[in-house]
Design a protein around this ligand. Structure first.
Ligand code: NAI
Length: 370
């Protein structure tokens, strides 16, 4: 019989996505026996990356989190025309099994392939978990938004298979495989069970993408038979978009899972509904052995270097990471301080939330609340 989550009704942002971890992709790292600290790989990223990373470092240090950072340079290198990340970074992440990552810029239409994609492929990060929840005390157009979306992270429209058929005619392949669909859908069911959500919504457009999305939905129906305690609800993406905008609370008891591009777009919509800003939404990229945590937003080149970026999304990503590592008390402490700061006053909020705080004054206000 399905059991209600012990976190139901909790006031914490990541309550539904925190202590209870799915059986797939569990952290198996150990602290250094000499120092008692875990080593975590840290990719600070581009644009606003270094500024928001500094905020995480300052807050972790003030909260005495038993974590040592190992900084990774992921400046791309090219081997046989393929974009790869430098070997020391690969070795660091494979050794530590966990990384925190700032945003990485992707050149449009030329230059290296997306490093985000390269990281996902290199470490087999097959599921991207994106919770989006209203923050209590911080008023936005929508209230009581509590959405969890799991995005397939390795293929679909991001397979990178494109070619020119003839001048003016371009073909781009959306690759859907049984294996990749099955592992992300199974993860979604395990996740729903672990956090106590009784429904998995499979978002698709199989009326048009009959083979590709058709396979995704068929696999969900097969996997769903192994989870009789969880209801499976296939839903066309256009219906999901309308429902999420008109009645977001309809999804508070479910976990949505979808192919790559739908997940990318839907999760930004979810961020807008829950907070009115991309600056609040965290995410986890889960693999079988390695996991990488990052904000949903990009490198925000328009505001880089101005000390005005909102570090909340990276901070909440670091909270997801601490919960993944079993460091729940530190996770709770930082999460409570961040949320209390966002909810407190306009002068403590950054400009994306119509406030007047800088990145560093926000960080200071969080540290005062630890
Ligand atoms: P973006 O997310 O960087 O920016 C969109 C808008 O949101 C901008 O107005 C920006 O100022 C604002 N914004 C984003 N994060 C914010 C924060 N923390 N605080 C305050 N405002 C914030 O998306 P955009 O402009 O499409 O992409 C810029 C670059 O980032 C591109 O090179 C893109 O490829 C890359 N990118 C990287 C991602 C990653 O590393 N996971 C994800 C998305 C984009």
């Amino acid at each position: 019989m399905f059991k209600q989550s012990i976190f139901k009704g909790s006031r914490r942002y990541l309550a539904s996505a925190s202590r209870k971890q799915p059986s797939i992709g569990r952290f198996t790292g150990k602290p250094n026996p000499k120092t008692g600290k875990y080593t975590v790989s840290f990719i600070e990223g581009d644009g606003i990356g270094p500024e928001i990373s500094q905020s995480v470092k300052d807050i972790f240090s003030a909260a005495k989190v038993p974590v040592e950072w190992e900084y990774c340079d992921v400046t791309p290198i090219f081997i046989n025309g393929l974009t790869t990340i430098p070997d020391p970074a690969v070795q660091s992440i494979n050794k530590n099994l966990v990384a925190l990552k700032g945003p990485l810029a992707t050149p449009i239409g030329k230059g290296h392939r997306s490093l985000n994609l390269t990281l996902r492929k290199t470490f087999g990060l097959f599921a991207n978990v994106r919770p989006a929840k209203s923050i209590e005390g911080f008023k936005t157009t929508y209230e009581n938004v509590d959405l969890v979306l799991i995005r397939e992270n390795t293929e679909g429209e991001y397979s990178g298979i494109e070619h020119v058929v003839s001048p003016g005619v371009v073909q781009s392949i959306k690759l859907i495989t049984r294996d990749a669909s099955e592992r992300v859908i199974r993860y979604a069911f395990e996740y729903a069970r672990a956090v106590g959500r009784p429904k998995v919504v499979v978002v698709h457009k199989s009326t048009i993408q009959r083979l590709a999305d058709g396979l995704f939905v068929n696999v969900a129906q097969e996997v769903g038979k192994e989870y009789p305690d969880i209801e499976l609800q296939p839903e066309l993406i256009d219906n999901t978009v309308l429902n999420v905008v008109s009645k977001p609370e309809k999804y508070s008891d479910s976990v949505a899972v979808c192919p790559n591009l739908y997940g990318d777009i839907l999760s930004d919509l979810n961020s807008g509904l829950s907070a009115g800003s991309l600056g609040l939404t965290p995410s986890a990229n889960i693999g079988h052995t390695v996991s990488i945590f990052e904000a949903v937003h990009g490198s925000a080149p328009d505001i880089a270097g101005q000390n005005c970026a909102n570090p909340t999304a990276l901070l909440l990503s670091s909270v997801m990471m601490l919960n993944h590592m079993g460091l729940h008390e530190h996770a709770d402490q930082i999460e409570s301080a961040v949320l209390a700061t966002v909810a407190s006053d306009k002068k403590n909020r950054t400009a994306d939330l119509a406030g007047t705080a800088t990145t560093s004054s926000f960080t200071k206000a969080v540290i005062e609340r630890l």
